[in-house]
Design a protein around this ligand. Structure first.
Ligand code: NAD
Length: 421
């Protein structure tokens, strides 16, 4: 099924109608929000099979993670909505006044999703936006076309159109959409487009949450259980064919432990996908030719330098890239210049722990740092980041109670004691 793009001429009215709807205050009622969350819950259930087919077509993988994590986000917000949105008492200037903080919805918000978890990365923030009482425009990624089409059908069927509207399209449609005024923009995707989003938002002084990417390192030390670390790294690198924002991008490893690490990583990959990755039903594909070409360039550069020690095969026809290990990597290599978002594992060897930390610190902030160590001193020196990123990996955060907070304004309320001036 092809994805129907929204005519750009229709966009201003869609946004204006959502704003009018917000001003009726109907989304203020907690019961109304719960109804919408329950509708989303039913929609997710009814469309489970359609999402499975769509994600298989887009990425050749199971939809289990997208659907189960979205279902969990809905359930948490439904179960805890009263508690999470309750007024919070606060102290003010005068003890005899009544002071509290009330979470107020922001208004009409825009959520822009990415293709790598096409259902989760749109529904998870949507749950927060609805739970907080906003009206919302959702712009799924056009790259994961089948998922965007299935998601649109589900939302049109189950959600109140005065609360949630889906706009589909690529750069042209999103550019028009970004001209509109929103009360918050929540964007998931790459860092360069994150800049475009922030620039557009600044014209209206609209706050943004940017869920971006980066090069997340894994740090192996003398105190690492290599078998455990290798298993986790191999798992991350092959999940969704490495197209995961939190995936290990590169590994830092003491030289004498490298062979053992490589042996264990390869062992895990074979355990997961058998001897021939290409014919495995379980091994995912790269999402598009554009992404395939980008990754191929990095592979070719590594190949020219004779740095590929495992894998390296690819097949443009079916967007297949073999799990690949690259060694003898330096910070100057092409492979270290931007986020890989691919099943390629570069290994940089180091002499001292400080040297390894310096390499990490010279990179832009990543979403996480994976330190595998049972030495507490080393663990204490690890600057791990909360989900949500800083600097080039993003700003703001979400999940659980933080989602409602992201889409709310903590309004200070003071009920003045009449006796006070
Ligand atoms: P993508 O190509 O789907 O783009 C994301 C969204 O931006 C899409 O909806 C797209 O239509 C829109 N877009 C693209 N170009 C645009 C432009 N010029 N102007 C306006 N809108 C535009 O996804 P992607 O960016 O390839 O996603 C992968 C990146 O996302 C990686 O860097 C990954 O690390 C990051 N990511 C981050 C998280 C997180 O939670 N931090 C989660 C998933 C992915």
């Amino acid at each position: 099924m092809t994805l129907q793009y929204t005519p750009t001429s229709a966009i201003p009215k869609i946004v204006a109608d959502l704003r009018t709807s917000f001003r009726t205050h109907r989304t203020q009622s907690l019961e109304f929000r719960k109804e919408q969350l329950r509708a989303l819950q039913r929609g997710l259930k009814e469309f489970e099979d359609e999402f499975a087919v769509a994600i298989k077509a887009d990425l050749n993988r199971s939809s289990e993670m997208d659907v189960s994590l979205a279902a969990r986000a809905i359930k948490t917000n439904l179960d805890k909505l009263d508690e999470l949105t309750a007024d919070r008492t606060a102290s003010g200037l005068n003890e005899s006044d009544k002071n509290f903080v009330r979470l107020s919805p922001l208004g009409t918000v825009l959520i822009i999703g990415a293709w790598n978890f096409p259902i989760l990365l749109t529904l998870d923030p949507l749950v927060g936006a609805i739970a907080a009482g906003n009206t919302c425009v959702l712009k799924p990624s056009e790259v994961s076309e089948q998922s965007a089409a299935a998601l649109t059908r589900m939302l049109v069927k189950f959600m109140d159109p005065t609360v949630v509207q889906v706009i589909n399209g690529g750069v042209e449609e999103t550019t028009v959409l970004l001209k509109e005024r929103f009360d918050h923009i929540f964007y998931t995707g790459n860092t360069p487009v994150g800049r475009i989003i922030m620039e557009a938002a600044s014209k209206h002084l609209t706050p943004v949450t940017l869920e971006l990417g980066g090069k997340c390192p894994a740090l192996i030390t003398e105190h690492t259980d290599i078998a455990v670390a290798a298993q986790r790294i191999a798992h991350w690198k092959s999940m969704n064919a490495g197209q995961v924002c939190l995936t290990v991008d590169y590994v830092l490893c003491p030289k004498h432990l490298q062979d053992e690490l490589i042996k264990n990583v390869i062992g895990t990959w074979h355990h997961l996908f058998g001897q021939d990755f290409r014919t495995s039903d379980m091994y995912p594909r790269i999402v598009s030719t554009r992404q395939f070409d980008r990754i191929s360039k990095v592979m070719t550069a590594a190949e020219k330098q004779n740095k590929i020690v495992f894998g390296g095969k690819s097949e443009a026809g079916n967007l297949y890239i073999e799990p690949t290990i690259v060694t003898n990597v330096s910070e100057q290599d092409d492979i270290m210049q931007s986020e890989l978002f691919a099943p390629i594992l570069p290994i940089i060897t180091y002499e001292t722990f400080d040297e390894a930390l310096n390499i990490i610190n010279r990179q832009e902030h990543a979403l996480n740092v994976n330190l595998f160590s049972d030495n507490q001193d080393q663990v204490d020196r690890d600057e791990s980041l909360p989900f949500g990123g800083v600097g080039h990996s993003g700003m703001g955060n979400y999940h659980g109670k933080y989602s409602i907070e992201t889409f709310s304004h903590p309004r200070a309320v003071m009920i003045r004691n009449q006796a006070n001036l």
